[in-house]
Design a protein around this ligand. Structure first.
Ligand SMILES: *Cc1c(COP(=O)(O)O)cnc(C)c1O
Length: 376
């Protein structure tokens, strides 16, 4: 069976984890957490990176940092996304206002955002689907004119850029995921990227149960105390050790994923040219990270038949995102602004093919051969 995903692993991880255990440094904010955060700060150029227990928690932390977001406030986001994008704001009592996506990138259509803005709107949450950037210039311009915060859901976007800027560093806050299905992993984990240094102290306090323990650890104060509301968003240093081994070979992992992505494209171009399937689109100015390889079939029936066909040939292909506005919680907490022209229709045609660090190019050729066979 060719799996859909295999969690990324770098050789040195085992030694690093043993070091944590031997040195009895297993709680949060240890040496490996520091190494990971500093690596991300260097690589992306963000003012501050805080490692978190998940991207979901990074987004929650961002929501807690936005000035007085509360019941009845609105947050604009796509409905074609993972539930966490909405959850973080629903927990604050805010209403997710969903706008339609662009069919080419599956990202929120930047041209539909402004008309969804009301006097209750507090933030825009672009999701960089498949590590391909949203149209951030337009989004940042709308945000500036209406004084809205921007929280980038860059769960899939580490190592990708928009006009030379790292995803996650353009909005006020950016959120990465290190779940095992992402390009770099710590099992469960994530990171909050903070653009403006002035937000760092409050973020550290909320992440550490509302205390100023981070300052205490750095020796800046001699005891710590309860300062604000907060929660516990810091991961164990063992998880960070697992991640750090991958960050050390980040370019190698990224290159391998891009080679797989390109091999799929080269192999499937003939089917796309014949109008049988559609291939992903990467707009000018966007450099992606090979997070995902998907195709689009004619419709949901064809997709179901193709998944079955691939399964019979030992290939595991999957689809995702029941659009949030059609899910029970989406109906309860959110609303869709405007017309659902593409969100539902395109989500029903999208199929993700196996993609992971370690997938062999010969396996990609085999998968593509089976796809061509299906369409013969
Ligand atoms: C994976 C993912 C998340 C959630 O990440 P976790 O680290 O599992 O919390 C959020 N948003 C998007 C778009 C994702 O792909």
């Amino acid at each position: 069976m060719i799996n859909f995903n295999v969690p990324p692993y770098a050789e040195k991880a085992m030694g690093y984890i043993q070091e944590c255990v031997k040195n009895q440094k297993i709680c949060g904010d240890g040496p490996y957490t520091k190494k990971c955060s500093e690596w991300i700060e260097r690589k992306t150029g963000t003012a501050k990176c805080l490692l978190t227990t998940s991207c979901t928690h990074a987004t929650e932390l961002a929501a807690l940092l936005l000035p007085d977001i509360g019941p009845g406030d609105e947050v604009i986001m796509p409905a074609y996304t993972f539930v966490s994008t909405a959850d973080a704001f629903v927990l604050r009592g805010a209403v997710p206002v969903f706008v339609d996506i662009r069919p080419d990138t599956m990202n929120m259509d930047e041209k539909l955002i402004e008309e969804a803005v009301t006097e209750r709107t507090k933030a825009i949450v672009p999701v960089h689907y498949a590590g391909v950037a949203c149209e951030m210039d337009t989004i940042m311009d709308i945000a500036a004119r209406h004084r809205l915060a921007v929280v980038e859901d860059a769960a899939q976007g580490i190592m990708a850029t928009y006009k030379g800027k790292a995803l996650g560093t353009i909005g006020d806050f950016g959120c990465f995921s290190f779940h095992e299905t992402k390009n770099y992993s710590m099992g469960e984990g994530g990171a909050l990227l903070i653009r403006d240094g002035r937000n760092v102290e409050e973020a550290e306090i909320i992440r550490e149960k509302g205390t100023n323990r981070s300052k205490y650890y750095r020796g800046q104060i001699d005891k710590y105390t309860w300062i604000n509301y907060g929660s516990s968003y810091l991961p164990s240093d063992m998880n960070a050790a697992y991640l750090y081994a991958q960050l050390e070979i980040a370019e190698e992992i990224n290159d391998a994923r891009l080679a797989i992505w390109k091999r799929y494209c080269d192999n499937l171009r003939i089917l796309a040219q014949a109008g049988r399937i559609e291939l992903p689109v990467v707009p000018e100015g966007c450099v992606h990270n090979g997070h995902m390889f998907y195709i689009k079939t004619k419709d949901i029936e064809e997709r179901t038949a193709l998944i079955d066909y691939l399964k019979k040939n030992e290939i595991h292909a999957v689809f995702h995102y029941v659009p949030l506005h059609t899910a029970p919680a989406g109906l309860k907490f959110g609303r869709f602004h405007g017309e659902d022209r593409y969100t539902t229709k395109e989500s029903e045609r999208l199929l993700r093919l196996p993609m992971y660090y370690g997938l062999e190019l010969e396996q990609v050729d085999y998968i593509c051969g089976k796809l061509r066979e299906f369409y013969r």
